[in-house]
Design a protein around this ligand. Structure first.
Ligand SMILES: Nc1nc2c(ncn2[C@@H]2O[C@H](COP(=O)(O)OP(=O)(O)OP(=O)(O)O)[C@@H](O)[C@H]2O)c(=O)[nH]1
Ligand SMILES: [Mg+2]
Length: 456
């Protein structure tokens, strides 16, 4: 079996497993299991991102052997374009974003949250090209320093992060003029890519090196990019950076630049590895999603524990009050108003207890119990929830950067659950859910990893 069909078969299996074992839990915590495995549905995806005019569209045209994307010196693309293979008779068709994003056959449904204005900046082009039979390539608008997310009309970095999550290979392209100094690039690498896409799925490219005047000029740009990358990614070891240029009149190149001629071809070949990377990507994605689910369940377990502790403490105090009210409540009214004629305690001590002696004590006990319940519901519980919301981070242990990373991604979701649904969350069996998730990670996913290794 070729690697594509192995990947397809394994993803289907994993899809079924996740749904069967954890589908209900994802749903219960308001998380979408469809989004988790969205990328499994379609062909492997290659995402090309980078500074404006770094040569993304030029590179894509070269890879697919056709001038499908517009290119130009000024910022050219303001849209995301998914370029996918098509039979010759279908080639040339363009599908609008609203259809692509809503269609269940494509994996882009998670983008629907970004609203209408993204849909008008999103489309799919059907192109006849052999390489597109196995992969689809996504061209993106270049990153601009001056444009804020608001100016674009949609959350650009959010969309890039979501696409990176769905993609099996991410090409991050710079050029010597802006070798990694752009703020948006920084945010994408730091904020979304590091969490969303595993580093091994990213290819770094310094493109347009033919525009460097000589080798020392190139080294300066390369050095700047390396420095900026290490600052951005926080890694001490530098990832490989492909040094490339679009095919041009070789005689124009500064002396010595032929040494990098093959890097363009190597980069192009690395795109073909996307289907192989998919297997790892799928597992990584499920692993991440399940760990996010676990973090939510952990937070809810802690929340519920705090609730039960308070409930118990309140029940103790109010239980005592109910008992006192039962025994002495009618003595008080007897003393003050002469009602009832004899109190419960008096009947008890004189040995004259009758069924009617219990009426007032019971009324008293029920009244105080009702007051206790009302107090807990209206005062104690809201103030507990408010306290938890104010110090949300204390719900989970944040002892490693890795856990902090996961927490950052689910924190808002936990806040939402506690803001809208705190009452119900107190009564759910979070600890049992946690056990289920743990056993999935420990047994099912491990087994899957082994199966994947055997199929390599
Ligand atoms: N000298 C040189 N020019 C290049 C190279 N690659 C692209 N260009 C030119 O650079 C300009 C920008 O290229 P595009 O491919 O449009 O860049 P882009 O990254 O898609 O830009 P946006 O879509 O605006 O983000 C075009 O005029 C290309 O012809 C290269 O390797 N060397
Ligand atoms: Mg472009």
């Amino acid at each position: 079996m070729d690697s594509n069909s192995v990947a397809a078969e394994l993803s289907l299996k994993l899809d079924t497993l996740v749904r069967r074992r954890l589908g209900d839990l994802f749903k219960g915590y308001g998380m979408n299991v469809d989004d988790v495995i969205a990328s499994l549905k379609w062909k492997p995806l290659v995402l090309i991102i980078g500074n404006y005019s770094s040569g993304k569209s030029t590179f894509i045209n070269e890879v697919i052997g056709r001038d499908v994307q517009r290119t130009g010196q000024a910022p050219t693309d303001d849209s995301f374009t998914v370029i996918t293979g098509a039979a010759p008779e279908e080639a040339g068709r363009e599908i609008p974003g609203s259809t692509v994003i809503r269609d269940d056959n494509f994996p882009f449904k998670p983008l629907r949250h970004f609203g209408e204005s993204l849909m008008s900046h999103f489309s799919m082009k059907m192109v006849y090209s052999p390489i597109l039979e196995d992969i689809a390539i996504i061209d993106t608008p270049g990153m601009l320093d001056s444009v804020t997310e608001k100016d674009r009309g949609y959350d650009y970095l959010g969309v890039i992060g979501e696409l990176a999550r769905l993609s099996d290979l991410v090409v991050l392209m710079f050029d010597p003029h802006k070798a990694g100094t752009i703020k948006e690039t920084y945010q994408v690498i730091r904020g979304t890519l590091s969490g969303a896409a595993g580093e091994d799925r990213v290819r770094y490219v310094l493109n347009r090196i033919d525009e460097c005047e000589n080798i020392s000029d190139l080294l300066r740009s390369y050095g700047t990019l390396c420095w900026n990358l290490s600052q951005m990614t926080g890694r001490k070891d530098l990832p490989r950076i492909y040094l490339t240029y679009a095919p041009c009149d070789e005689s124009r190149l500064p002396p010595g630049f032929e040494a990098w001629k093959h890097e363009r071809d190597e980069l192009k070949s690395s795109l073909k590895a996307a289907p192989m990377l998919r297997l790892d990507h799928i597992l990584q994605q499920v692993d991440t999603a399940v760990r996010e689910l676990r973090m939510v369940a952990e937070a809810m377990t802690r929340f519920r524990q705090g609730f039960l502790d308070r409930l118990r403490a309140s029940a103790k105090i109010w239980g005592m009050a109910v008992l006192l009210a039962f025994m002495f409540g009618d003595s008080l009214t007897h003393l003050l108003f002469g009602v009832p004629e004899t109190s419960f305690m008096a009947d008890l001590l004189s040995g004259g207890l009758a069924p009617s002696s219990f009426v007032w004590p019971v009324v008293w006990a029920l009244t105080i119990a009702a007051a206790g319940v009302a107090w807990f519901k209206k005062v104690k519980f809201p103030s507990y929830v408010k306290g938890v919301l104010a110090s949300l981070d204390s719900l989970v242990k944040l002892d490693t950067p890795w856990r902090m990373d996961i927490w950052q991604r689910v924190r808002d979701h936990v806040r939402k659950l506690l803001t809208g649904d705190a009452g119900r969350q107190c009564w759910l069996a979070h600890a049992a859910n946690l056990d289920k998730i743990e056993s999935f990670l420990r047994e099912d996913l491990k087994k899957f990893h082994r199966e994947l290794e055997e199929n390599r």
